[in-house]
Design a protein around this ligand. Structure first.
Ligand SMILES: *Cc1c(COP(=O)(O)O)cnc(C)c1O
Length: 238
């Protein structure tokens, strides 16, 4: 990128960047023959200051994603009328920081975590919506359950009256090869469709959360209806 366009890029406001993302989502949805209204944008604001979140909120953004429970709690205390999404690895002893208000937990990866979420949800007399995070990349580092583990967990949902499972989340590996990313998203979509036939009052496979700044267009082509985008809106993180 030349200096002029680099300057132009940094001068775009958060509102401008949100508009650009919405346009890209619209184009990707159209290409895939899908309705753009079915796709929810979660603006990933982790590590970014409240002022930027407020700017995005004023531009109409409703859903925000954070990956640390205490950071989310602190931001939520200042800005409660948005939907807060937990997208990062969540330790059991941190569930208490978000149980009262969290809109959706994307990163459920064990029965033990689910137990704690259920317990904390009961305290606040609410039902917490959750996604199961499925490990779809070939990288060892990426978190999430196998499809088998997810299946097992879904068979135990009677134990958790204060949880609704609303769908699946996954992260493709960081790769320049679009076909690798595509095949990983496709795997998640297949699992989503398979689990979609489960009949249970607290399991509804409505949300397929996949796609980030670098791969959300592929994710939309492969069926994502929730994308989690950070750096394209708020700039890169340290
Ligand atoms: C950080 C993060 C994102 C957003 O990543 P960008 O590349 O900045 O868009 C999305 N999902 C998860 C789980 C993340 O941790």
């Amino acid at each position: 990128m030349d200096a002029a366009s680099e300057t132009q890029k940094t001068q775009l406001s958060i509102s401008d960047k949100l508009s650009l993302i919405h346009e890209k989502i619209r184009v990707a949805a159209e290409k895939a023959g899908r309705n753009v209204a079915d796709i929810t944008l979660v603006a990933v604001s982790k590590t970014k200051p409240l002022s930027m979140i407020i700017e995005a909120h004023q531009a109409g953004q409703i859903h925000f994603g954070e990956n640390r429970a205490r950071e989310m709690r602190d931001k939520q205390a200042e800005l409660s009328d948005v939907h807060w999404h937990m997208i990062g690895n969540l330790q059991r002893n941190k569930v208490k920081y978000l149980a009262e208000y969290v809109h959706l937990i994307h990163s459920v990866d064990s029965i033990k975590l689910l137990q704690e979420i259920d317990k904390q949800a009961l305290k606040y007399n609410r039902v917490i919506d959750c996604l199961l995070e499925i490990h779809i990349s070939d990288e060892n580092s990426k978190s999430g359950m196998t499809e088998e583990e997810a299946k097992e967990l879904l068979a135990n949902m009677d134990q958790f009256p204060h949880i609704h499972i609303k769908g699946l989340m996954g992260m493709a590996e960081f790769s320049n090869e679009k076909e690798i990313i595509r095949s990983q998203f496709r795997r998640l979509k297949n699992a989503f469709d398979t689990f979609g036939s489960i009949q249970h009052a607290s399991i509804h496979m409505d949300i397929l959360s996949m796609g980030m700044t670098n791969d959300f267009e592929i994710a939309i082509q492969e069926g994502a209806n929730m994308v989690r985008i950070g750096s394209a809106i708020f700039g890169s993180r340290n």
